[in-house]
Design a protein around this ligand. Structure first.
Ligand code: KPL
Length: 400
């Protein structure tokens, strides 16, 4: 199977030139990763939903803008400023990015895609995958970068229902999956006052890190990793976003911790319209003012019960990880994320504010279902889930 360049792409055919990476999901995180990949010399194609979005992108000069808001707050920003052009205070642009929209003609699926980053919201991922599935094969690599858990399993159920079936026939169409988790804070299209800015600009509000691992194949025996997977890992690890590549069991642990952070921070910030930093007292020695001790006591009590509940679910579902997922370890991690992303508006808050569906089904909903499967009561997650659902419904239905 050969991989063609997208229509209109100026991809060189020399074997030494880096291969094109497609990015599906031009939200805050997708744009951040795409801009850094472009900055590191990779040809990039954004897969946009509509031709109108492609036209807007072309009209804007084929650029992704990044505003380095994190440099205002990062304690070691001098180190970054000295060495990294992406870390200057000024907004920067990744130029010469291609964009494509699905063709109206469903019979022309478009050229094959060898490297794909799927950075859509969890709730949009199945639909997004469907739009590119025919352009993927066993030599392709797909990076999944969503909040929450269960997206990989949902893709397998929906598109590759029976791995056993593929043992009889050659598995020609199942790509390799790399799963990632990101703790960089990003906001799209909003300035400090929450006003809309231009398209295709992402604000990098907190400097976190990214971790990626290859998801072991469900096929037995597992196929060899395609060249595209090794190249994708190389491309990701070269980014100035504190990227690490690890093995699946380590990543799984980190995904469970990140799920806990999203399950505790996101619903509360979305329901109360506050930034992540309000969830935890400022770290000792910081110059932030402590507004009210009672306030932090009640926040602490909320975080403790939520983290204890999540730890109890994990203890039954993943007993081998229990020593690393104690209530204390989870609470320390969540507090750390609330501090490092203090100025960020969580992705769930951004979704609620924009009247979009949230990722709650894949975050608190996932934890509630996991609790049910393992007989662990989940009153805190059930309440958070219900309140976010109510909030979503109130922006979609007629108000009373
Ligand atoms: O992942 C996030 C999100 O908003 O979804 C955090 C890390 C909480 C940053 O806001």
């Amino acid at each position: 199977m050969s991989f063609g360049a997208p229509a209109g792409a100026s991809q060189s055919t020399t074997s030494s030139s880096p291969s094109r990476i497609h990015v599906l999901g031009a939200g805050a995180v997708g744009l951040l990763i795409a801009a850094h990949l472009r900055q590191s010399g990779r040809p990039i194609t954004l897969l946009l939903r509509t031709q109108a979005a492609v036209d807007r992108f072309l009209h804007g000069g084929n650029c992704i803008g990044v505003v380095n808001d994190w440099t205002k707050a990062h304690p070691t920003r001098r180190l970054f400023l000295a060495s990294d052009p992406c870390a200057s205070l000024a907004p920067w642009k990744a130029a010469d990015v291609q964009a494509e929209a699905p063709t109206a003609d469903s019979s022309s699926r478009g050229p094959m895609i060898s490297r794909l980053i799927l950075a859509t919201k969890a709730q949009d991922t199945l639909h997004a995958y469907w739009s590119v599935k025919e352009r993927l094969c066993s030599q392709s690599t797909v990076v999944l970068l969503q909040n929450g858990m269960g997206v990989y399993e949902a893709i397998q159920r929906e598109f590759y229902p029976s791995p056993q079936q593929h043992q009889k026939e050659p598995a020609t169409d199942i790509p390799t999956f790399i799963i990632g988790t990101n703790s960089h804070g990003c906001l799209r299209c909003q300035n400090e006052e929450g006003e809309k800015e231009e398209d295709f600009v992402t604000h990098h509000t907190a400097f976190g890190s990214c971790l990626f691992a290859v998801r072991p194949s469900l096929l037995n025996p597992p196929p060899a990793l395609p060249e595209s997977a090794l190249d994708m890992l190389t491309a990701l690890s070269s980014l100035s976003l504190d990227v690490s590549i690890t093995n699946w069991s380590d990543l799984h642990l980190r995904l469970l911790l990140k799920l806990a952070a999203n399950a505790t921070i996101n619903p509360v910030t979305a329901l109360t319209d506050c930034r992540n930093g309000y969830l935890a007292p400022p770290p000792p020695g910081s110059d932030s003012q402590c507004v009210d001790q009672d306030y932090y006591t009640s926040m602490h009590s909320y975080l403790s019960s939520a983290c204890a509940e999540i730890s109890a679910i994990y203890a039954r579902a993943h007993p081998h990880l229990h020593s690393e997922l104690t209530a204390r370890a989870i609470e320390d991690y969540v507090t750390h994320i609330a501090h490092t992303t203090a100025r960020n508006r969580s992705s769930m808050l951004q979704d609620v504010a924009a009247g979009r569906q949230t990722e709650v089904e894949w975050i608190n909903g996932y934890l509630v279902r996991l609790g049910q499967q393992h007989g662990v009561p989940t009153p805190v997650n059930t309440l958070l889930y219900t309140l976010v659902k109510l909030k979503e419904a109130s922006s979609h239905h007629t108000k009373y």
